[in-house]
Design a protein around this ligand. Structure first.
Ligand code: G3P
Length: 217
């Protein structure tokens, strides 16, 4: 499973990228607003740092303006994936941009039917939002499973990009299901390293090392 990092914070992307943990980056208008940066400038900086796909989202609602915005975003770098919402206008934009050879990430997906439409429209990525379904007492991971089944049934090449990931557990569950990509905030990716038994075991090793006066340097 590929790891995308879901942020527009340059320092945080760099730290994970230097460790080889970043196969791509996803942003959205909320993350760009949080960064306080200009969308074109910060997206260019991210694209220069990361070799994988970098999602940048349109802000128009009608297909014509969305397409113009998408074409402008696509000019930033070769690794841009234009992000469009899963609306009818978004699907129209997806089809045109995909036909032009631009990667498209269709976002705000909450149902298997929506994912089926995005694949038919030629999306490179479909972004089902796990956490926001869980927030409503629905099963976000079940949606990932359903989309995996449907895409495999018919050989759709659209990549399942699990999004709205809130916990380390979501990451391993997505990997078990076979999501192609999971995008997560840096803190969630870092939390994957944590285990209470690692902390406990390390404390015991350190205590024994101290008692025995073990020194390496
Ligand atoms: O990738 C989509 C993500 O940014 C949404 O996450 O936690 O706001 O639902 P969240």
């Amino acid at each position: 499973m590929k790891f995308f990092v879901d942020t527009a914070e340059i320092d945080q992307i760099k730290e994970l990228n230097d460790l080889g943990m970043v196969d791509g980056v996803t942003t959205n208008p909320s993350l760009i607003a949080k960064s306080g940066r200009d969308i074109l400038e910060v997206t260019k900086e991210i694209c220069d740092m990361v070799s994988g796909p970098v999602s940048a989202e349109v802000v128009a609602l009608d297909a014509e303006t969305m397409l113009a915005e998408g074409r402008k975003l696509a000019k930033i770098a070769d690794n841009i994936a234009v992000k469009v919402p899963l609306t009818w206008a978004g699907l129209q934009t997806c089809k045109t941009l995909s036909d032009e050879g631009t990667m498209v990430n269709v976002t705000l997906c909450f149902s298997a039917n929506q994912a089926l439409l995005a694949a038919k429209a030629g999306a490179t990525f479909i972004s089902p939002f796990i956490g926001r379904l869980d927030d409503l007492n629905m099963d976000g991971l079940e949606l990932i499973e359903d989309i995996r089944t449907i895409y495999d049934n018919y050989g759709f090449e659209t990549n399942i990009l699990a999004a709205s990931i809130r916990s380390a557990n979501h990451m391993s569950e997505c990997a078990k299901i076979g999501a192609d990509v999971a995008t997560a905030p840096p803190a969630v990716i870092k939390a994957m390293a944590n285990h209470v038994l690692t902390d406990k075991g390390l404390a015991a090793f350190m205590a024994d090392a101290e008692k025995a006066g073990i020194k390496i340097m």
